[in-house]
Design a protein around this ligand. Structure first.
Ligand SMILES: C[S@@+](CC[C@H](N)C(=O)[O-])C[C@H]1O[C@@H](n2cnc3c(N)ncnc32)[C@H](O)[C@@H]1O
Ligand SMILES: [Zn+2]
Length: 394
């Protein structure tokens, strides 16, 4: 069993799902890869190196595809810790390891100038990563995957509106589905930077624990038809709780909210990504891949850092995302609905989903925030179904 020294500071056991997902994403880049050239993976802000170590030991599974593994952390003092932690990779056949201690911006610019493009970049930043987006995307191969983390919770959740304007070029307003709004603002920031390069993006998965906001996207050589229609605005009236969504391309005035006295006011967030948050087919592929990797690792348990490759809570999270692709963009907090109806407590999300589907509306439990429902039903219908369920509970 490979072991790992954590060193001072940055390792968070709670981030296990993110590490598991990064292993699966790395493994997914091996599928269908051309045998003629090595794959390139970059752990841009490696900390103690756990992701790179797991990529090398776990993600390659039984594959013989050559891989160039680039591991970087700006902190020079991490040199010996990283070298010691990555030592088991030296013996891996077909794996070429390069360790560096550069500022990310410099490494990415050099890679671009030297035509070194990566199939996978994991950008696990502190704070907001947007300053690095352009140089990161420029250093990616077409079809490559970017896994991006942000710990900037204040600006995209409406708690620092000035910073949201500066960092996202967007309005961010307080909203019960604040984690989802933050993810949508992050995806919009990635999409705009990719579009500036004439490239397309596809969100693969998006999730948060309320502290870190994580998205994974695939970079496409071309902008796909309809991609620009995924940029838009989300409006909410705090007084009545009503919500409305509009694409930027078709932007017109806003309809009146549900306030009966006509005195409600929309608080508008955006531009943000109003398209899907998850790619279900790819999530399904990742889950299947985890079984394959576990079988491969079962033959050689000495190489495994974590057992199993996909922890039960990581699997549960992926399954939750799989059942909610993230469309439509309107989410309703059942606690808020119950409060507005003065119910003793919120109805179970599954019951509300069932009731709304029975009345012909789209509905699913949010995979992003617990206790939330995603639906295209108008507020009046959502409240009515909620009240009916509440009256049954009495
Ligand atoms: C959140 S930690 C990384 C944790 C690690 N990926 C893991 O899974 O445990 C962020 C790391 O980024 C490094 N870092 C911060 N700014 C950087 C920059 N501009 N370029 C490269 N590394 C940077 C820090 O030294 C720190 O180790
Ligand atoms: Zn209103």
């Amino acid at each position: 069993m490979a072991s790992l020294r954590l060193g001072g500071g940055f390792f968070r056991p709670d981030s296990r799902p993110a590490r598991d997902v990064s292993v699966l994403l790395a493994a997914s880049t091996l599928e269908g890869a051309s045998k003629g050239r090595p794959l390139r993976w970059l752990d841009l802000m490696a900390g103690c190196g756990i992701r790179a170590l797991r990529w090398g030991l776990e993600a390659r599974g039984a594959s013989v595809q050559p891989v160039e593994l680039w591991v970087n952390d700006a902190d020079q003092e991490r040199d010996s810790l990283l070298a010691a932690n990555l030592e088991p990779l030296q013996a891996c056949e077909g794996l070429r390891l390069t360790q560096s201690h550069q500022a990310a911006e410099r490494l990415l610019r050099e890679a671009f100038l030297e035509h070194r493009f990566f199939d996978l970049i994991d950008l696990d930043a502190f704070g907001c990563p947007n300053v690095l987006l352009q140089s990161t995307l420029q250093a990616m191969r077409f079809g490559g995957v970017l896994m991006l983390a942000s710990t900037d919770g204040r600006s995209p959740t409406g708690h620092d509106r000035f910073a949201a304007v500066r960092r996202f070029g967007a309005a961010a307003r307080a909203h019960p589905s604040s984690w989802e709004l933050a993810l949508r603002l992050q995806l919009a920031a990635v999409a705009r930077e990719a579009w500036l390069l004439g490239r397309g993006v596809q969100p693969l998965l998006s999730y948060s624990d309320g502290r870190t906001f994580r998205v994974a996207v695939r970079l496409h050589q071309r902008i796909r038809s309809g991609e620009e229609e995924q940029l838009g605005f989300l409006a909410r009236c705090e007084r009545c709780g009503d919500q409305a969504v509009q694409a930027m391309l078709g932007l017109q005035g806003w309809r009146p909210c549900a306030c009966t006295d006509g005195c409600g006011r929309w608080a508008v967030s955006g531009p943000l990504w109003i398209g899907p948050l998850q790619a279900p087919d790819q999530l399904d592929g990742l889950l299947k891949l985890s079984d394959t990797l576990n079988t491969a690792l079962g033959q050689d348990r000495l190489t495994q850092v974590d057992d199993p490759s996909l922890a039960p809570r990581s699997r549960k999270m992926l399954e939750g995302l799989l059942s909610d692709p993230g469309q439509p963009a309107c989410c309703w907090s059942t606690a808020e609905l119950a409060r507005r109806l003065q119910l003793k407590g919120p109805p179970a999300v599954v019951d509300l989903v069932r009731a709304l589907r029975a009345s012909g509306h789209q509905a699913s439990a949010s995979g992003v925030m617990p206790g939330q429902l995603r639906s295209n039903a108008p507020l009046g219908i959502v409240l009515r179904r909620c009240a009916e369920l509440g009256s049954k509970d009495r």
